[in-house]
Design a protein around this ligand. Structure first.
Ligand code: F6R
Length: 255
């Protein structure tokens, strides 16, 4: 995949055309992804944005922050949050969203939502979270990363395509992958609250970002593999509006 921009037809089971943009490197891909978000913000300054955490969207958030655009009317809904971390832990996604997104982009903190892992009734909170997304008018642009095992949000392999926001156990591979954010592998939480796959699919536009050769296989399976709950990211092939933004390394297995 050498072109900076290209369009790929969906391989299997999809009814839509998926737009594929390829940057030279992670920063370049972040700028391309930012252009997608900025176009949506220009059309609707009160956009509802779905927010991923982790490494993949950081170049995108950096490019949005550098744009100088006014994001103060935007609402944000995070994809997921760990259970069992103390309130204010720097790796809690509430903190990551605050430091990587809300503050640098100048979002209104009152409009930024992260699943709350500290209540007693997670099922009720999860249902209320989905209801809050719906009450906000639904997510306009959902930023997604992909796990090396194909998870989106923390919908691990085997998650039902009809799943809603809920508590799930993290796969051992995910805990290993995310150990880099913690002092030791044991510190990585074992459970989280995640938007479900059906929740994610309700977003009007999915924007999946990935960079690095270690993501090439997951990207290939998500875009070109069979649509299966065993590889949750493959479900994006069924969504009518998807943009995938990669760097050359992450795109290296796409013909
Ligand atoms: C995080 C999330 C996850 C990550 C995925 C990739 O909010 O929903 O699906 O997007 O684990 O993580 P990175 O980008 O750190 O490789």
């Amino acid at each position: 995949m050498s072109g900076r921009r290209g369009t790929a037809g969906v391989a299997d089971g999809g009814s839509a055309t998926l737009r594929l943009l390829v940057g030279q490197d992670a920063d370049d891909a972040g700028k391309l992804a930012a252009e997608v978000v900025l176009g949506a913000v220009r059309a609707n300054p009160a956009l509802v944005l779905g927010l991923a955490t982790g490494s993949s969207p950081l170049p995108l958030y950096a490019a949005l922050s550098a744009s100088g655009v006014d994001f103060s009317r935007i609402s944000g809904f995070a994809l997921d949050e760990y259970l069992d971390l103390p309130d204010g832990h720097p790796q809690s996604y509430a903190e990551v969203i605050r430091t990587e997104v809300t503050e640098p982009l100048g979002l209104d903190p009152a409009r930024v939502h992260v699943p709350d892992p500290h209540g007693r009734d997670h099922a009720a909170h999860a249902a209320a979270y989905d209801a809050a997304i719906a009450a906000a008018g639904g997510v306009d642009v959902q930023i997604l990363g992909v796990g090396s095992n194909g998870h989106i949000g923390f919908n691990e392999p085997g998650s039902a395509f009809g799943s809603r926001t809920r508590v799930v156990p993290l796969a051992e591979r995910t805990r290993r992958d995310n150990a880099r954010f913690f002092a030791s592998a044991e510190e990585v939480p074992t459970q989280c609250l995640t938007q479900g796959i059906a929740t994610i699919l309700e977003a009007r536009h999915l924007l999946l970002v990935a960079h690095g050769g270690h993501k090439a296989e997951a990207v290939h399976r998500a875009l070109r593999g069979p649509v299966t709950e065993d590889f949750p990211a493959s479900v994006i092939q069924r969504h009518p509006q998807v943009t995938v933004v990669l760097d050359r390394s992450a795109a290296s297995l796409l013909a």
